[in-house]
Ligand binder design. Structure first.
Ligand SMILES: [Zn+2]
Length: 458
């Protein structure tokens, strides 16, 4: 326990606390504090965290020493921009050298109560260790955020995502339980389970849903195939992470119209859990950055200094309340734009008004133009005549990049002039000529977790 300028670190929460009924905020003073005051709180936590990590984590100490820094040098948030950034590859390499949790493990092994990790699809998997203190911090952060989405103790929250290493499901569960709502950890990924989900939803009438946007679209299709209108299922709030879809305006409108529920975007990275540090409130004006749980800097990807509000950059995360493997200036690899314009909810956290625009790795370079798949998705979803799934195929013909889009058509609609209209809109929004193939509804691949909608054959 470290004494800071603004209290003890790590903070202790009363696990029995709940806001009074009718209260709009989980913690009104904290959530509505003027930005400058919050900066002082954040700085106090950063200083305590850096002292803590300096004493326990050679991973950080050696990096900071190399940069000629020690925790006492950080006297302002501007000073903090000089702290070296770290990348996922650094975590992987450090765990290979110091297995299994790396030399950034700051607690004793016996304090670990939960192990998660990455899927390992892009190399050696990385292990995440959570202590009881971490779990309490995750629960607390997610309860704050889910309260801001409008979830209350009388709600039943169905969690339709895989319960495995993937931390998304567990974070939604932790927040639901702390908030006092009823959790229904339904899961996903088992054959026939989507059909079962429909019958369970009809039976239990959950009011809130968590999953990926792709899964929600699949759930809607399955319901309709059973003669059930998805809007009749009674869902009021649907919150998502794992894919950018819920932050893409046309996809958000589509999900809201289909289910008659509000569609909320959330999520940063598994390493950063509490990953709901980025999340929309019930106003849905873009994800708030819950800066006093995880401090997010939007940075220039060359200098790793913060860009001004209104500019675009890469999020860099620092967990302020985690003790096991604290992430200090972890680069996300995403792109976003940020603003400090007020939100109607009254919270003073800055926002990503357009969500996560894309991942640096996802950016497609086609004939020299930079395009994110989310921009193509936005165009396709704006056509009611198009169905729920699509695929982007990149190929090279006679040394030229070719972009082909295969998209399903909604059942029973006229295809007349549709190809021309969609192609014209793609050209207008992305600047690219695309081949377009209309496919039968239900003919393209579906997935429970994250959709892979891009095939690059170049
Ligand atoms: Zn808000």
């Amino acid at each position: 326990m470290i004494v800071t300028e603004s209290g003890l670190w790590p903070p202790r929460y009363d696990p029995a606390y709940r806001p009074p009924p009718g209260e709009k905020y989980w913690d009104r003073p904290r959530e509505t504090m003027p930005a400058q005051e919050r900066d002082a709180v954040v700085l106090g936590k950063i200083r305590a965290l850096m002292r803590y990590a300096w004493e326990r984590a050679p991973f950080y100490r050696t990096r900071w020493q190399r940069a000629g820094l020690e925790p006492g040098d950080i006297r302002s948030l501007a000073d903090f921009e000089r702290v070296p950034t770290i990348q996922k590859a650094d975590l992987r390499a450090d765990q290979a050298e110091y297995p299994p949790f790396g030399s950034y493990l700051c607690t004793k092994r016996e304090e670990i109560v939960r192990i998660h990790g990455t899927s390992g699809t892009s190399g050696r998997p990385t292990a995440f260790a959570w202590s009881a203190q971490d779990l309490a911090a995750i629960r607390e952060a997610h309860a704050h955020v889910m309260w801001s989405m409008g979830i209350r103790p009388h709600d039943v929250v169905i969690i339709c995502s895989i319960f495995s290493l993937y931390v998304g499901s567990w974070g939604a569960l932790a927040g639901t339980e702390r908030l006092g709502a009823a959790a229904f950890p339904f899961g996903a990924g088992v054959s026939g389970q989507t059909l079962q989900a429909i019958s369970w939803i009809k039976q239990m009438r959950p009011s809130a849903f968590y999953g990926t946007p792709s899964y929600a679209l699949r759930l809607a299709e399955t319901a309709r195939a059973e003669g059930v209108d998805p809007a009749s299922l009674g869902l009021r709030i649907m919150f998502f992470s794992g894919e950018p879809g819920a932050g893409i305006p046309a996809t958000k409108r589509f999900i809201e119209a289909t289910f008659g529920a509000i569609c909320i975007d959330s999520g940063s990275m598994g390493e950063v859990t509490p990953w709901m540090n980025l999340a929309e409130c019930s106003e849905r004006t873009g994800m708030h950055l819950w800066q006093d749980f995880v401090y997010t800097e939007l940075c220039d990807p060359k200098t790793w200094r913060r860009v001004p509000f209104g500019a675009r950059g890469t999020p860099v995360y620092t967990q302020l309340e985690r003790t096991t493997q604290p992430m200090i200036r972890l680069i996300s690899g995403d792109y976003a734009e940020w603003t400090d314009a007020p939100c109607a909810c009254g919270r003073t956290y800055p926002r990503f008004p357009s969500g996560i625009i894309g991942r640096i790795d996802d950016m497609l370079v086609i004939r020299g133009e930079n395009v994110y798949p989310s921009a193509i998705e936005e165009v396709l979803r704006s056509f009611e005549a198009l169905g729920t799934e699509f695929e982007i195929v990149l190929s090279r013909r006679q040394h030229m990049d070719e972009l082909d889009v295969r998209v399903e058509v909604a059942p029973g609609v006229s295809r007349e002039g549709l190809v021309e209209r969609v192609r014209a809109e793609l050209k207008r929004k992305t600047g690219l000529r695309a081949g377009l193939e209309l496919c039968e509804a239900g003919s393209l691949a579906r997935t429970d977790l994250k959709s892979r909608r891009v095939r690059d054959q170049r």
